[in-house]
Every structure is written in C-alpha cells, then in structure tokens.
Ligand binder design. Structure first.
Ligand code: GLU
Length: 395
C-alpha cells in the first residue's frame, strides 16, 4: 500500500524527537525501566493562573470558531509582549496565531518557498526545519558549526553558503539542541552579510527566549534594516509549560502575515478557542511569574554538566539557554562498547537506549552527526540516575 502514498509524504523523514519519545514510551509499556531524555517538554504543570483562565473561558461559553489568525484580544496581547520583551513594534495585522510554533514555521515556509529555492540552516538545527523545507520542495543547505565555536556560525560561512537561489535562513536562539544564544553583536555581523542579498528572508525562532540563564536576548527583527524581511516566531509551549495547548504565533511584515492566514484558513482554521483565551493571560503575565521553572532548569543543567563532565571522552559546551545538553561523542566512534561497534551518533544513542535504558536523540537528526541530544526537562533524581547509568556503560 505504501506505493499509493504521495511522493511528498515519502520524501519526509519521521520526526526523530517524536520517534524516540514514542520508542521510549513503547519500551516503558513493555515494563522496561526507561528514563526518557528524548523529548523537549517541561515536566512542570501549566501554572494555575493560566489554567483558571481556560476554565473561565469554558464557563463563559467560548466554543465557536475563532478568527483564523486568532482573537483580536490575543493578537493585541502578543503585540504588547513583542514590545515588552523584544523591543519589536508589531500591529495586530502583523500577527498570526497558530496551532503551535511548528505550524507557524510551516505556514511561513509554505507561503515563501518555491520548489528549488534554497533554505540555509545553521547546524545544529531543530529536526523539523529540514523536513518543513523538504515538504516545500526546497533544498536545505546546512552550515556546520562545532563545539569549539559554541555551535555558532560565522559571517564568512554565511556568505559562502548564499547562492542566487537562497530564499530563506532559519535562526534559532536560544538554540534547540545546543542551547547557544547569539549576542546582538554576532547577529548584527550576520545581518551585514544579509544586507547584500535582499532576496533572503529570515525566520527567527525564539521559542526558548525565556529559558535563558542570564544572557541578554536580542531579536533578529530588532535590527533596523532586517525588520521588513524577518518573521519572528514564538509560542507558549516551553516557558509556560503548555506544550499540549498548541499555541504558536508570528510577528511579520503584513503581507506575509496575510498569506499565512490564507494558508491556515485552508488547513486548520483558527487554533483552539479555550487555549487562545488562556494564552491572553499567559502572554500578558510578567516573565518573572515563570522564573521558578527557569531557575530549576538552570540548576539541573549544572548537575548534568557536572556528571557528564566526569566521563572521559565526552565533550561539552555550556548551553546558555533552552533545556538540552548536546555533547560531542565522536571520541567514542570506532570503539567497541558493551560488545557493540559504535560507528556514529545513531549507534551511540542506541547503545544508551539498549544498554543504559536512557533515551536520547541522535545528533544526525539535527545536522550535527558528532553529537547526541539529552533533554534535562525531567526530575533531578531521574537525571542523576540516567547519568549514573550512562557512566556505567561507558566506563
Ligand atoms: N521541540 C521539542 C523537541 O525538540 C518537541 C518535539 C518536537 O516537536 O519535535 O523535542
């Protein structure tokens, strides 16, 4: 029957983050004691003040279709948030609310990319960027980076990757999976290169902006001459522990926002009405209200870095944000561990799953084949146990 499937779906890889999470769940249901560090999902509950807003919305009978691009009140609130946190001025007509930041990104790609266009992805990059570009029949062009450079790309690399076919570049700071945060100066240096190529649009994915351990965050669209060609993507999943509520949004030039609304109008319509009402409360809340989660992630990051640092051969950067550790494990390639030959990061990740019962995600999925990704959005005791198990297998 798979012959009957379209070329489009057959061209698409399975999301490795979701696949590994599903595999971990399956093994757990078979009775295996798996610790899953695969999915990037806060282990906190959605804060009560947001849950209350959702309950009120149900009781107030919010149950009808919403405007395709989101409730006017929510879009106003998002404009307030963009000004407050990012020094970005957007009008509600420049905002589109979607079913998670993933849909926001897919909308933007669908409305801007033609078959054969090139999309630059500074690696490591989140697994779905490449798949979303593939779905648009665009070609993704990776710019590699290394742990020595804190997984950042340079202006020279960017210049070398640009061709007349380049249509978009995706930035993501704080980065999933490396945790890297670009400074204003670094972003301005990259923008200088883009100035020479006015055909290139920038998608700036800022979903981890609040999970940040002290760096000053800078939004790419805040660069004066980049505003007109930058789409700023954000959402509520990470900072507000609202992954399942599915609220993402963009701030963009009005013509792009309009096109995204048209696309969404034919695919999903407006996102869930209750989640949108609750989102008004979340977006308007001071970021300090969720700082307790950030502090906890920070503490766990340091614990995991300390414990992994004790294992010879693992190389680490210090992630400045998000909730992932992205160790370079290439020192183990070519070695035999627990009777298995470890040729690459896939083998290494499978070794941890099958010998240590710890689920991680291979760096191959993020365009960084020397690394694996561990999410530390889980309890301290689970993290300590996972690091202990990994150490036992590798020593
Ligand atoms: N963004 C999260 C991750 O990278 C959620 C899973 C996904 O949608 O890929 O783990």
């Amino acid at each position: 029957m798979s012959d009957a499937l379209s070329k489009r779906i057959n061209s698409l890889p399975v999301s490795q983050t979701l696949a590994m999470a599903a595999k971990a769940r399956e093994l757990k249901s078979e009775g295996k004691d798996i610790i899953s560090l695969s999915l990037g999902e806060p282990d906190f509950n959605t804060p009560d003040f947001i849950k209350e807003a959702a309950v009120n919305a149900i009781n107030e009978d919010y149950n009808s279709y919403t405007p395709v691009d989101g409730y006017a009140e929510l879009k106003e609130a998002i404009c307030t948030k963009f000004k407050r946190d990012n020094n970005l001025t957007y009008k509600p007509s420049q905002v589109v609310v979607s079913t998670g930041a993933k849909q926001s990104i897919a909308n933007v790609a669908q409305v801007l990319l033609n078959p054969g266009d090139e999309v630059i992805l500074p690696a490591p990059y989140w697994v779905s960027y490449s798949a979303i570009a593939t779905l648009c029949e665009a070609k993704f062009v990776e710019i590699p980076s290394s742990i020595e450079n804190d997984f950042k790309i340079t202006p020279e690399q960017l210049e070398a990757a640009i061709t007349p076919k380049t249509k978009m570049i995706f930035f993501n700071s704080p980065n999933n999976p490396s945790g890297t945060i670009y400074t204003e100066e670094e972003y301005r240096a990259l923008a200088k290169v883009l100035e020479k190529h006015p055909q290139i649009y920038v998608l700036s994915d800022e979903i981890y902006e609040h999970i940040n351990y002290g760096s000053k965050l800078f939004s790419f669209a805040a660069i004066e001459n980049m505003y007109e060609r930058t789409i700023t993507v954000n959402g509520l999943a990470k900072a507000f522990a609202m992954t399942g509520w599915r609220i993402g949004f963009i701030g963009a030039p009005e013509w792009i926002a309009k096109a995204c609304t048209k696309m969404q109008g034919q695919i999903t319509s407006g996102t869930n009405c209750i989640a949108q009402r609750a989102a008004i409360t979340a977006v308007l809340a001071a970021p300090q209200k969720v700082q307790y989660m950030v502090e906890e992630f920070h503490r766990r990051r340091d614990i995991v870095l300390d414990l992994l640092g004790e294992i010879e051969g693992i190389r680490l950067n210090v992630p400045a944000g998000a909730f992932y550790i992205f160790p370079d494990v290439s020192n183990f390639f070519g070695k035999t561990i627990a009777g298995r030959i470890i040729a690459n990061a896939n083998d290494f990740s499978m070794l941890l799953l099958e010998e240590a019962n710890v689920a991680t995600v291979t760096g191959e999925a993020f365009g960084a084949p020397d690394c694996i990704r561990l999410s530390y959005a889980t309890s301290e005791s689970q993290l300590r146990e996972a690091m202990h198990r990994i150490k036992q297998v590798l020593l």
